[in-house]
Structures are given as C-alpha cells and as structure tokens.
Design a protein around this ligand. Structure first.
Ligand SMILES: Cc1cc2nc3c(=O)[nH]c(=O)nc-3n(C[C@H](O)[C@H](O)[C@H](O)COP(=O)(O)OP(=O)(O)OC[C@H]3O[C@@H](n4cnc5c(N)ncnc54)[C@H](O)[C@@H]3O)c2cc1C
Length: 202
C-alpha cells in the first residue's frame, strides 16, 4: 500500500511512506530529495511524536519508514511495519502537514496487525515483542482460539490473538488506557464474554 498525500501548499514538503513523494505545485521534487538526504535514516526517518522529521520540521514521514516515540513503548522510538499503521500515519501526517509544528497531533494509537494463515487469523495489538512476560489469558476449551497478553514493568504492552477477533477489540481499548497488568487479568477473569478459563499459572 502506498500512502500518497498531496499538499498544494507552498511551504510544505510531505514525505509519504518509503519515498519522498511531493506534490508541491511549484517546487521541484529534487529540492525535497536534497533535504531528505540530510535526514538521518539508519532507524528510518527519526521523527517526533507528530511524525515530523527531527532533522527538518517541513518533512513528515509515514508508514514503514517512520520512526517515532510511542507512549506504549515508554516513549522509545519505534518503527512498525503494519498496513494499518501506515494508513493511520498517512492520514495523521497529512493533517499535521497543514498545521504549524506546535499544533500538530501525536500518533499514540496502539499498533494493530493481522495476518490470515490458512484457517488461523492472527492479530496483534500494541507491542507484544517488548513484553518481558507473555501468557495466555483466555482460551476456548479446544484451544483453537486464544488470547495471549504481554506485560512489561507491570503494565500491559501487547496482545496476540489466534482466531479471537471478537475479543481483540476489548484488549485494544484496554491498551489505549495503559492499564496495569494485574488489573487486566482481573477484568478478564470477571468478564463473561471471555473465551474461557485462564490457562497460564501466575
Ligand atoms: C510480503 C509482505 C507481507 C506483509 N504482510 C502484512 C500483513 O499481513 N499485515 C500487515 O499489517 N502488514 C504486512 N506487511 C507490511 C505492510 O505491507 C507494510 O507495513 C505497508 O505496506 C507499509 O506501507 P508504506 O506505505 O509505508 O510502504 P509501502 O507499501 O512499501 O509503499 C512504499 C511505496 O513507495 C514506492 N517507492 C519506493 N521507492 C520510491 C522512490 N524512490 N520513488 C518513488 N516511489 C518509491 C514503492 O514503490 C511503494 O509503492 C507485509 C509486507 C510484506 C513485504
């Protein structure tokens, strides 16, 4: 998926996705390419929370190329290669490009990813790879559907679901509130809509 944003405003240069794709009506793309060459790119394009390149406030990055501090990752820089994040980034970066830097909004949504592998729908939200501890919190009796949750420093940081799409929305909302992990476990235990008994021992 290529994110394309066209900003017909003279002062802006917009960086969509992997490449600098610029739609200034009266400026050559090469001008932005030259500025882009001065933006450090080892970790992608390093941005602030508003997807504005740290090296140049007139350049915004979106999608796989963007590296930005995420609150769910303790404000550490993250780079996420997910379709949905690229789409969210494109919309936010496009809006932010129209604003002065001080008025730009951050990207704080928990990253979401899905992949259909034959009969299994795998979904992940947040940053499960950053978890220090990962355990299955709920499972169908046959074990075909389950949700595993990841914790770090006592807080929920990521969730992985196998064939449990209906349950993922609940965890997604939880993640947005940066809850304590024990709090989430207790809520799952009390939730009648949960898939079934918690599997992992604490
Ligand atoms: C095999 C594969 C499977 C994947 N499966 C999943 C999945 O199941 N779920 C999921 O969420 N994500 C998946 N992803 C990741 C997902 O595809 C990416 O996160 C997403 O496409 C990133 O969007 P983007 O716009 O940042 O970059 P891209 O989609 O890579 O778009 C970048 C665009 O820039 C163009 N471009 C590059 N260089 C230049 C240049 N110099 N000048 C002009 N244009 C240029 C490219 O042609 C491309 O069109 C998968 C990726 C791969 C490779």
């Amino acid at each position: 998926m290529a994110v394309q944003v066209f900003v017909p405003v003279q002062k802006f240069r917009f960086l969509p996705a992997v490449a600098a794709s610029v739609a200034k009506y009266n400026s050559p793309t090469v001008q932005v390419a030259g500025r882009l060459a001065r933006v450090p790119a080892l970790a992608g394009v390093v941005c602030d929370a508003t997807l504005t390149a740290a090296a140049d406030p007139d350049i915004l990055a979106a999608g796989d190329i963007a590296s930005w501090p995420h609150p769910l990752a303790g404000a550490e820089l993250v780079r996420v290669e997910h379709w949905t994040v690229a789409a969210e980034h494109g919309m936010l970066a496009g809006r932010n490009a129209l604003l002065d830097p001080a008025e730009r909004r951050p990207h704080e949504l928990p990253p979401y990813f899905w992949s259909d592998q034959y009969e299994v729908k795998i979904q992940a939200v947040g940053f499960p790879a950053r978890a220090h501890q990962l355990e299955i919190l709920e499972s169908s009796p046959d074990g075909d559907r389950f949700v595993a949750a990841g914790a770090r420093d006592g807080r929920l940081v990521g969730v992985i679901a196998f064939n449990a799409a209906k349950r993922l929305a609940w965890y997604r909302r939880q993640l947005a509130g940066r809850p304590g992990y024990d709090e989430v476990c207790d809520a799952v235990l009390a939730d009648e809509k949960a898939l079934g008994a918690r599997v992992a021992a604490r």
